[in-house]
Ligand binder design. Structure first.
Ligand code: UDP
Length: 452
């Protein structure tokens, strides 16, 4: 525990989409415990704050974190589509004014001026906000560090890349010899630059603003990142801290409200396929049917995290036919699920937290990427780490999924993947140990916050 002045007041700016606020909150919770005299004001949209701070959802919020709501920018009466980018662009349009107002309220209420600004690194305008109030800025990069490099090099990529070269690899970026242009997040090369979205424009500033940060925090481990990426980011930015996977920082045992863990307890070791596509992606109807058909034919026990409105789209009688062999829930305690000895494979969208969680427990993956960094993460899972495969043709079909399941669960290549997944798990465990690199970097981060 670091001694710090009671005057310190850290404003935390959250990016309101998908799992970002939840994961950032995990880090802030750990910081608040390590620096109990520092006050943390967590600025986030009302809806997201409600899910993070409601007493039933999270009763264990430390006393020195307080939530402040900021406007989400969605016009009154507007009904959002299923496309998560729509809400993102509304939110960014309301920024940074929404955050500035939130900061004023937090300062007035606590009587403490802001001493440091932590933000989701997607919020590139936070560099200006911190300079306006003369405090250090600490951006936190939540996805895997590979995609940070992709955004840092956006301008160079846009200069170099012609439209017809989608399968060419990005050799000119350190650590990217296996990454192709088509694996990049859509925001790096928008289809039509004239109509670039606000989200894409905001992210394109990352390489320009991050050198102004006092420290850059990565949701990763030094030992997990390719040395070329580590070296490059450390040359570009001051104080790059790999503080470990935030997704694991605060996972208590929790109660088993959905019965997932007791159900898994009844399954054989390394027998179950866990299926989940995160908080924002929704597979189209035909792919939901393909998954159901493949699971039914395969005879493999499965646990499927599927939102209620999508569950209605499953083939009639599917649940009855698969009986006790399958379980569907609207929300699974994913970290505990992946940690369970019965899990054999994870069918995932390749979201960065899902990938980190799978690595942490040595579970091989079958990836069906949708948007954002999913394609890049899935490519890394398959080609860099060798701990999983991408579904054939990029979309889920009955035969494609059956083939992937056979491959990952079988001998030969599957065994190699499982061995590599175990080896990566051990690398992470070592880095995450009390004397490991992540604990060292975390202490350095606490120090920066406590003295600034
Ligand atoms: N998650 C969970 N239960 C579910 C579905 C998702 O706990 O049923 C959690 C998962 O453990 C992960 C996060 O939600 O921490 C999803 O993050 P990810 O980066 O994989 O995807 P995103 O939702 O941001 O697309």
């Amino acid at each position: 525990v670091t001694e710090s002045s009671p005057q310190k007041h850290v404003a935390v700016l959250a990016f309101s989409s998908s799992s970002h606020p939840l994961i950032l909150m995990n880090l802030v919770r750990k910081l608040a415990q390590a620096a109990p005299n520092v006050q943390f004001s967590f600025l986030n949209t009302a809806k997201s704050n409600l899910s993070l701070f409601s007493t039933t959802a999270k009763p264990d919020v430390p006393h020195n974190i307080k939530a402040y709501d900021v406007a989400d920018g969605v016009p009154a009466g507007h009904v959002l589509s299923r496309n998560p980018l729509e809400a993102v662009n509304f939110f960014l349009k309301a920024s940074p004014e929404n955050f500035k107002r939130g900061i004023d309220v937090a300062v007035a209420e606590t009587g403490k001026r802001i001493s440091c600004l932590i933000s989701d690194a997607f919020l590139t305008f936070a560099a200006d906000v911190s300079e306006d109030i003369h405090v250090p800025w600490i951006p936190v990069w939540l996805p895997l560090p590979f995609s940070l490099s992709a955004h840092v090099y956006t301008h160079l990529i846009r200069q170099k890349v012609g439209s017809g070269l989608k399968v060419a690899t990005l050799e000119f970026i350190p650590g990217f010899s296996s990454i192709r242009i088509l694996d990049l997040p859509g925001e790096v090369i928008p289809e039509n630059i004239e109509e670039e979205s606000l989200f894409s424009r905001t992210l394109s500033q990352i390489g320009l603003v991050l050198p102004r940060a006092s420290a850059v925090v990565l949701n990763s481990y030094d030992e997990l990142n390719p040395p070329l990426i580590n070296r490059d980011l450390k040359l570009k930015f001051r104080n790059v801290f790999n503080v470990g996977f935030f997704t694991l920082l605060s996972c208590g045992s929790g109660s088993d409200l959905t019965g997932c863990i007791s159900w898994l307890d009844e399954q054989k070791e390394r027998s179950v396929a866990y299926v989940s596509f995160g908080t924002a992606a929704s597979p189209p109807h035909n792919e939901l049917i393909a998954i159901a058909e493949a699971l039914e034919v395969s005879g493999i026990p499965f646990l499927w995290s599927l939102k209620d409105d999508l569950k209605e789209l499953l083939p009639k009688g599917f649940l009855e036919k698969t009986g006790k062999r399958g379980k569907i829930v609207a929300w699974a305690p994913q970290v505990q699920v992946l940690a369970h000895a019965s899990i054999a494979v994870f069918v995932t969208h390749g979201g960065s937290n899902s990938v980190c969680e799978s690595i942490s427990y040595g579970v091989p993956m079958i990836c069906r990427p949708f948007f954002g960094d999913h394609h890049m993460n899935s490519r890394i899972v398959e080609k860099v780490w060798g701990i999983g495969v991408n579904v054939e043709g990029g979309i889920l079909t009955k035969n494609g999924l059956l083939k992937s399941l056979e491959l990952v669960l079988g001998h030969g290549e599957g065994k190699e993947m499982r061995d590599k997944a175990q080896a990566l798990k051990h690398t992470v465990q070592e880095a995450a140990s009390p004397n490991g690199s992540a604990a060292h970097d975390f202490s350095s981060l606490v120090e920066v916050i406590s003295v600034s």
